[in-house]
Design a protein around this ligand. Structure first.
Ligand code: 4AD
Ligand code: MG
Length: 499
């Protein structure tokens, strides 16, 4: 019996006959030769079938896209083959012949692909993104584990709001009203008084009615919380943390970044210290004449890019009318669809730009930074930007007021560069019982509902704080993806629960 192995291990089997088990990703034929593309979850391998072996050749011709099979053959090095090795097939065992696979070389819109997410996961691009996600999550855990943090699993069923009542998902808890967790923070604050440095890492739910490229209704958040930490400590922790996870992912995923066509140069520039701005300074930047001029210039550039894309579309349409072969037509259809989607997105950007420019120019002090404001700011810097001291009214009740300016809080948002916007939100927490109670009342909350949380301010209260980082937004930035929907295996978005 030939050795059973995986595509990833092929370098150790050159010159040997081995068996691979997997699926047929694609195939092409040149009369006397068939080139099968096998995938097995560890990689892609080209498998050659020669007409000189008529039984194998006949079996290969029977294979449909995504049929499952075992292929046995001789492994040899070939610089031209994807992965660097190919198999000369001597035996094919069909496991199951796939029915007409819905995702073909042909054109597929995003909606179609999202409806077939359970199958779309098999594509090269999606597996690349999920591998980077895996490494990112492990790098996050490693960072905190190696710095003396203890993992605390916080509950997902909760009794009261922590991040604003407007985004709570209600659940029936044996006849009582409960909600899905918006954050583990309040529980972490308790745990950090027991263990010093703690973190939680789990699914998080927000019933926000926003359909943006940055919002999921279910996402994964990691939240560290540190006793005795003040805002500067948290900013320093966030810097080390982001540098560490970006380095780890960069070091391991050259191949995956090539598949998703991510230019990693901007990521390689990420180093301490990150630029810092107060909210007030950020507002000044938004309102400045320089920003307006810069945005105007960018808009002209976007318009030009749009025209270039439209010209490319016309070119492709002309090419399609001339293309003779069916597979050429299919390929062009695919390119046309992708281009049409890109044009649609770019048209939306160009149409929204004048409003965004005006919004920035007239930005009133006191308003929360919106997605477009964050984009404008984070495009001005080539490293993550730390914005501190937001107005009290737009931030959560637990944030500590700045003793030097009570209009603002001791908080920070970290905005990812290249226009990605907020990936981290955090703050020093209010540690004074009466100030916190007053703040809760001012926000229409009942302190009695938070008795256990207020106990932390009764029994040995200390300065403390922490932050939360969203995995999907971070992954979208790292992989250079325009939308968070591809960063989680089965996304939950407003209007999408299936599959
Ligand atoms: O700024 P947020 O709401 O902060 C908190 O929840 C704090 N309790 C964290 C803390 O201090 N322990 O959320 C933190 C991060 C955001 O910066 C973003 O990356 C992500 O969580 N996030 C979302 N990601 C995807 N979809 C959404 N709807 C998100 N809402 C927040
Ligand atoms: Mg936030």
């Amino acid at each position: 019996m030939p050795t059973l192995t995986t595509i990833r291990m092929l370098s150790e089997h050159v010159g040997q006959t081995v068996t691979l088990q997997g699926w047929l990703h694609g195939s092409r034929s040149s009369g006397k030769l068939m080139f099968l593309q096998l995938r097995d979850g560890t990689g892609l391998c080209q498998a050659l079938v020669e007409a000189a072996t008529p039984d194998v050749f006949a079996a290969a011709r029977e294979l449909t896209q995504e049929s499952s099979l075992r292929a046995t053959g001789l492994i040899r090095g070939d610089a031209r083959a994807p992965g660097g090795f190919e198999m000369v097939v001597t035996h094919i065992e069909l496991i199951q012949k796939a029915a007409d696979y819905p995702i073909t070389r042909k054109a597929h819109g995003t909606d179609f692909l999202m409806n077939h997410r359970h199958l779309w996961l098999r594509s090269r691009r999606q597996t690349a993104i999920l591998r980077v996600r895996h490494t990112l999550i492990r790098a996050i855990r490693d960072f905190f584990d190696s710095r003396g943090f203890t993992l605390i699993d916080t509950p997902l069923l909760i009794q009261s709001a922590a991040e604003g009542a407007g985004t709570l998902f209600p659940v029936d808890f044996f006849g009582e009203k409960a909600y899905l967790a918006q954050t583990g923070q309040l529980y972490l604050e308790s745990a950090c008084m027991a263990l010093g440095k703690v973190y939680c890492f789990g699914p998080t739910f927000r019933a926000e009615k926003s359909k943006t490229r940055r919002h999921l209704t279910e996402f994964w958040m990691v939240e560290p919380e540190v006793a005795f930490a003040v805002l500067d400590d948290l900013a320093a922790l966030a810097e080390d943390f982001l540098c560490s996870i970006v380095d780890t992912v960069l070091a391991r995923h050259t191949e995956e970044f090539a598949v998703v066509e991510r230019d990693t140069t901007p990521l390689r520039n990420i180093a301490k210290p990150f630029p810092r701005l107060t909210y007030s300074a950020a507002v000044d930047i938004l309102r400045s004449a320089e920003t307006a001029a810069q945005l105007d210039k960018e808009l002209t550039g976007e318009r030009r890019r749009l025209q270039e894309k439209i010209a490319a579309l016309d070119g492709l349409i002309a090419e399609k009318t001339k293309a003779a072969k069916a597979w050429q037509q299919d390929k062009l259809d695919g390119q046309l669809l992708t281009l049409r989607e890109e044009i649609r997105e770019l048209e939306l950007d160009v149409a929204a730009a004048p409003a965004h420019i005006e919004q920035a120019r007239t930005f009133p002090w006191g308003k929360d930074l919106g997605g477009s404001d964050e984009t404008i700011l984070s495009r001005r810097f080539d490293k993550p930007l730390i914005v501190t001291g937001y107005p009290r009214e737009v931030k959560a009740f637990y944030m500590k007021a700045d003793p030097t300016d009570p209009r603002v809080v001791l908080n920070m948002d970290v905005l990812a560069p290249e226009g990605y916007g907020e990936i981290i939100g955090g703050s020093q927490r209010e540690d004074d019982l009466s100030v916190l109670e007053a703040r809760m009342r001012a926000e229409g909350m009942n302190p009695a509902d938070y008795g256990w949380y207020l106990d932390l301010r009764r029994y040995g209260s200390v300065p403390h704080g922490g932050f939360g980082l969203g995995v999907e937004r971070t992954l979208a930035w790292i992989c250079g993806l325009p939308h968070v929907r591809e960063t989680i295996p089965f996304p939950r978005l407003m209007g999408r629960m299936v599959p």
